[in-house]
Every structure is written in C-alpha cells, then in structure tokens.
Design a protein around this ligand. Structure first.
Ligand SMILES: *Cc1c(COP(=O)(O)O)cnc(C)c1O
Length: 540
C-alpha cells in the first residue's frame, strides 16, 4: 500500500510546485504581507490575553461562537431579560401615571403639594442606609435646615460669572483652601503650592485628576499612549475616566490585608504609565492603602499618584487628632500629586460637592480647557461643567464654617466609636467574618458558612440598605451620624437574619441573593456587563 501512495504524493507535490512557480513574483509580494497580517493578529491576540487574562479571552471567544448557534442567542437574551426584570421589580416602582408631557396649564404652587406626596414614597432612609445621608438627626432641623437655608439663599447664582457672583467665588476658594489645609497644604513638605477646585462629586474630582495627570505626563514625559494602574479596590470612577479619556486601565488584585499590593503594581509600570492610585480608605472594605510606599514608587518612576480621600478627607485628619492610629495619607507624603475629597459625604455638605486638589499649579493647569477660536468669545473653564450651581458651593461653605474644627472632631469621635461597636458586634457573630482591619467607618463582612446575600435580603426586608460586594462575596455598612443611635438595633437584626439563613439553607427570601450570587460566579463577564447596561437602559 505505502509504496504506491508515496510516489503519488511526491508526484502531487511536484505538480503543485510547478503550478505555484508561475506565481512566484506575486508570492514574493504577498508572502510578507500575509506574514505581517498574521503577526498583527497574533500580537493583538496576545495583547487582549494580557489585558483580560487567558480565561476571560477564551470565554469571550467561545461565547461569541456559541451565540452563532441557532437559538442560543435568543435563549440567552430571554434569560438575561428575566434577570433584568427581576432587578427592576425590586428596585423600581411601575411607571403608570408618570408624566410624559408638560401640563397645558401650570400647577402653580400646587407642585409643592405633589412633591411632598412623591417624597413620602421614598424609602425610609433615616438611620437605615449604608452611607447615603451623612448628616445626623432629623431632616427638618439642625444642620439639615442650616444647609437648606444656605443653598436657597444662593440658588440662582453661578460661579461661571466671576464678576457678578463674587460671593460664591470667594466661598469656593475658601472651601478649597480650608480642605487643602486639612490635607497637608500647611506642611513644609507640600511646598506651599497646593491648589484645587470644587466639583460636582467624587467621580468628577477623580475624572479631573486623571485628565490632568494624563495631560501633565504628556507634556512632561511625552507619553501619548497613557496607562494607569489601580488596585482592585479603587472606585469605579477610574473605569469611567479610562473610558472617557482613552487610557488603558490595569486593575491589580489587592494583598492579603485587602490593601493595594505595591509590589504587584510595580510589575505593571512601563514607559506609558501616567498614574497609580491609592485610596484612604477604599470604598469596599474601608481600608487605607499604603500611601507612603505608593508615593515612593511614584517618585522613583516620576509618575503621578492620586489619593482618593472621597470618604476619608473629612474624617482622617480629625481621627488622627483624636489619637486613632492613622497612617500617612495626604500631601505630607512625597509623591502624592493629587487628592479627591468629598465634602458631600463626611464633610456634611449638600449633595453635589467635592474637592479636587493638586500638589502644584503646574499639574492643575492641565485640568483647564481654554478656547480661543469660538465666536462666543474667549472661553476658559476650570471643571467639567460650564455653569455651576452656586447654591451648592454656598451650602458646602456653610457646612464647613458652621461646624468648624470642633464640630468635625466631635462627629468623627461619634462615628469612629459607633463603627468600633458595630465591628465588635459583627465579630461576635460566629458565622461572620470582618474583611481585613477596617481603618475608619466602613465595616465589610462575609461568611464561610452561610449565603451573605441571603442575609442582605433579610436585612432589606427589615428596611436596611447595605452594599453587596464581590471578591469575596460580602456586604458593607458605611457608618454615618445617622447610625450612631441605632447600632444595637442593627446588630440585633443582623444576628436574627444570620440565624434565619443558617436554619434555612437555600434561597429563602425571594430577593436578589441568587442574582448577586450568580453574577459573581458567571465566568462570562461580558454577559454580566450586558446585563448591567440593559438594567440601566430600562431604569432611566
Ligand atoms: C463615593 C466615592 C467616590 C465617588 O464619589 P461620588 O460622589 O459618588 O461621585 C470615589 N471614591 C470613593 C472612595 C468613594 O467613597
């Protein structure tokens, strides 16, 4: 057999060769082109694997092909819609009766009556929500009414018009300066150049810090394909910044203490790196990253370091004064180039207020947008918004001045103590474990023996609103002045819920627990991404 096949193959190859030889000149041109193309494809494949990891790439690849099988895509879409509906039904009321057009004749003052009715439909958040409302006490009195009055007094002002509304321009400068003074501007190490602006919230502060870092690094190091490296625990605002500003984002796992893993971050630094990030503390577990080590790393590579003090900005400076062990976190650390601090969280200002700070004017200049060729005239604006609400600036100023150092110190002591009590209470529930060692007022906890998301659902049915977290599955409560009087109530409800879940293994509450549980485990992250987008698309 073989002997007859072999010559046949040889003859076949010979005739193929003579056939192909006609095209030799063409092959000479095409071959390098094909080689180049293949190299390109291989390179971009390697890049995707490097960015997403081998598993995610493989799953993405498989899912793309699986969906081509007739019926599979529509099946997946139908299943996805079920999940979206489920998320919707527990979060959103039905839209029956919602207005879709202006009333032909105005309601006049009656709108206020309608608004009161609508407000009553909101969930009872008083003392019950993780974070959310940071001011203590009753909404109709005390610090709440002071803020309301300050805001309404300046409701029609706009700092865009510097020459008209001198009052709010001054308020803004003072809010920024007072915040900077809390975060190290008065210390020698800072060089006395700290500057910044008020923004609409932590996200805008982070967006701006990233944008400024990108353009500063372009100017000073000619980096044109920017990359930034963040710990897994850093806020999602960096993802937003990466998408908006075309920056490649590396998200690096945290270490065993749930802090930024500086050694791991270092491995990702290359010639395109513009920025590394630390949080003080991070949103998920309330743990402060090693800012000094990150500072050293940033200095040695001459790159930017942003410290996210959105939660800590108006707590840590006071906690340190009160004697709590707080590692360095602000501009006193060399290498820190920018900071975000939310005055609308623990600063007890109205919602829509935050501060972004820079080590010097050189960096901040890259935040501004100047336009010289507009027929509307010469234009320059410091932050993302053009017109801005002077009322919020006035509200923040009122919050800070009305409280003063003593007010913040007193509040910090109260929430730090409440958090310790809460943490100790959680530790005494044997089924639960606290994640890492919380540095401030956020306590995250999970369980190795029961489904923590079922516990969360039961807590929700008792009116509590906590944040579900993943990696590991857990929930957290961000303790505010609202919680100080009700820590024991919370611990009692938590203990009861844990017992109920323990005695009834399997889904019991009919809430979102199975979805959270599944969403964490689904290997196809692209699918989870689509789910979130569909959910948002339905919700607003
Ligand atoms: C809240 C928060 C942010 C984002 O702030 P927004 O005001 O919601 O935009 C960023 N980082 C941390 C650590 C936060 O807690």
């Amino acid at each position: 057999m073989e002997s007859s096949i072999l010559p046949a193959i040889i003859r076949l190859r010979a005739s193929a060769n003579s056939f192909l030889s006609q095209f030799e000149p063409l092959l000479l041109v095409v071959a390098p082109l094909i080689t180049f193309l293949v190299a390109q494809i291989v390179q971009s494949f390697i890049q995707v694997v490097h960015e997403k990891g081998f598993k995610a790439t493989l799953i993405g690849f498989i899912m793309t092909w699986v969906k081509l099988v007739p019926g599979v895509k529509s099946y997946i879409d139908a299943e996805k819609q079920k999940v979206v509906d489920k998320l919707q039904s527990s979060g959103k009321s039905s839209r029956d009766g919602w207005r879709t057009e202006l009333p032909s004749s105005g309601l006049g003052n009656r709108v206020l009556e309608q608004m009161k009715n609508e407000k009553e439909k909101d969930a009872a958040w008083q003392g019950k929500c993780s974070g959310t409302v940071y001011i203590g006490g009753n909404e109709s009195e005390g610090h709440f009414s002071l803020i309301n009055e300050a805001c309404s007094m300046f409701a029609h002002t706009n700092p865009l018009h510097l020459d008209v509304f001198k009052s709010v321009v001054r308020f803004e400068a003072e809010v920024v300066a007072m915040t900077a003074a809390l975060l190290g501007s008065k210390e020698k190490a800072s060089g006395g150049q700290i500057c910044g602006n008020m923004t609409s919230g932590g996200t805008e502060s982070i967006l701006l810090a990233v944008k400024s870092s990108r353009d500063y690094m372009k100017a000073s190091k000619s980096i044109t394909c920017p990359e930034m490296i963040i710990p897994e625990s850093a806020h999602s605002a960096y993802d937003k910044a990466a998408q908006y500003f075309k920056i490649k984002l590396w998200r690096v796992p945290v270490n065993k203490e749930f802090q930024a893993d500086v050694k791991a971050i270092k491995k990702y630094i290359n010639k395109n790196t513009i920025l590394i990030v630390g949080s003080a503390p991070g949103f998920p577990h309330g743990i402060i990253d090693p800012i000094e080590e990150l500072g050293e790393l940033a200095l040695s590579y001459r790159i930017c370091l942003h410290v996210d003090l959105c939660l800590g900005g108006f707590v840590l400076p006071f906690a340190r004064k009160l004697g709590y062990p707080i590692p360095p976190f602000d501009f006193s650390v060399q290498g820190v180039t920018s900071i975000s601090a939310d005055v609308h969280k623990y600063g007890l200002a109205p919602k829509g207020t935050s501060i972004v700070l820079y080590r010097n004017h050189e960096i901040r200049k890259h935040q501004f947008v100047a336009v010289t060729e507009w027929s509307g005239g010469l234009y320059v604006s410091p932050t993302i918004a053009g017109s801005r609400p002077g009322s919020l600036i006035a509200g923040a100023w009122a919050a800070m001045l009305s409280l003063g150092q003593e007010g913040y110190l007193e509040h910090t002591r109260e929430i730090m103590e409440a958090s310790k009590r809460l943490q100790n209470g959680v530790k005494q529930i044997p089924e639960l474990f606290v994640i890492g060692r919380p540095d401030m007022t956020i306590v995250a906890f999970g369980s190795n023996v029961i489904d923590i998301f079922e516990v969360n659902d039961l807590l929700s049915s008792k009116g509590w609103h906590l944040n579900p977290l993943q990696r590991p599955n857990s929930i957290h409560i961000c303790v505010t002045l609202q919680h100080v009087p009700i820590v024991d109530d919370f611990l009692k409800d938590l203990k009861d819920s844990v017992q109920i879940v323990k005695q009834n293994p399997g889904p019991i509450s009919g809430g979102l627990a199975p979805i959270y549980g599944a969403a964490g485990k689904i290997p196809d992250r692209g699918m989870v991404n689509e789910l979130l987008v569909d959910y948002m698309d339905n919700a607003c």
